[in-house]
Design a protein around this ligand. Sequence first.
Ligand code: GLY
Ligand code: MN
Length: 460
Amino acid sequence: MKRFGIITFLALLEFSALFAQYNPYPDKSIFAEKRKQFMEIIGDDAVAIIVANPEYKRNNDVDHDYRQDSDMFYLTGFEEPESIAVLRPGAEKLRYTLFVRKRDKLRETWDGHRFGVKGAMETFGADSAYTIDEFDKMLGGILRGAKTVYHNFGADEELSESILERVSVNAGRSDLSMKNARYELGEMRKIKSDWEVKSLRKAIDITSEAHNEAMKSARPGMGEYEIEAVIEYIYRKHGVQRPGFPSIVAAGSNTTTLHYQTNEMKMKKGDLLLVDIGAEWGYYSADVSRTYPVNGKFSKEQAAIYQIVYDAQEAAFKISRPGTSRKELSDIVRNSVIDGLIKVGLLSGTLEEIIKDRSYKKFYLHGFGHWIGLDVHDPGSYTEDGESVIMRPGMVYTVEPGIYITEDDSVDTKWWNIGVRIEDCVLITEKGYELLSDKSPRKIKKIEKLMRKKGLAQKD
Ligand code: GLY
Ligand code: MN
């Protein structure tokens, strides 16, 4: 009894040490809710086979950092590779099975803890669990009685291929078909639950702090990479596991490359700096962009373009509420950008003419925003019943207009290399919206004021 007590105590100690740094979801029932909802959607005739991302080799015996497939995480919270979740909504008892890696003392000494079959059931709530090598021989039984197999294509191509083959061979039953689970899951993922919003808030707060430190740190003569280092220092200081996407720290002419991410140039006086970043917290990614002058003071032209982008964002915020369609948001942002560009003389014609001849596309190259969530560009269709999606409480999207003027453009050289993107995260609430990313300044005067302070990079 005493011995058992010590072992239990040590096991608990090991378990809590594992999660000491990072455990945003101690309550695994949040994933059970998602599984329940998903099983109701796919119905009793269906079985879902949701697989983990494979590990990718980087070089020789070094792998790329591992991250679980977003849908696998959404339904299980399980972060290990070589795992498969099987959901059987029609089953009486064993509705949720996990296939996982074997416990392996030697491998765990090298690579870290594995939950194993026992942990899959005790910690992750699986009704039954097996080691991953059992999956192949159990697949026939899993498919038996099912009419539709839902699978997350695109995670592990080799595994998808073999499941597909088995489904088509399986008893030659004409009524067994395979569907991509990404669609149903994408639709579910459009509406965030309270705990998902909590994770997004945390990711966005840390990202906003990183922006503010970057603004205070930026000086002519520094490298873009130094600003990237400041940003990712803030992330790690807070225990962020990884950025949700490669940080974009683009100065001068790089501001007009939409997904610039080499971050290796030196920043010069007179350059704008476009910083598009997002910390990932508990798998949920922020996405916030700020643009500001490296020397701390906007030039006349930089300020003019910045203000157009700012006003376009404001126009979108004003109509962000339940009932607004994505098309309305898209149109109001586009029209606001066009109006601004007409006023400063970069476009000529009326709003209607410019929309028709699409001349605005030269400067305004991308959509106004996207869903965020487990993926920085979260899935979920932008149309419903053939119409533009209508905003509902729990939806979270970015508003990120951008204007990009390159040296190729047949415009006065005073406009060259001005690339401005401002990006913020909006949560639709019952009454209207909440701007989740308001902890980092957007107004010109406020940015200039913050930039007068010293940042992390200036401290001894
Ligand atoms: N933050 C990168 C993008 O939205 O494309
Ligand atoms: Mn974005």
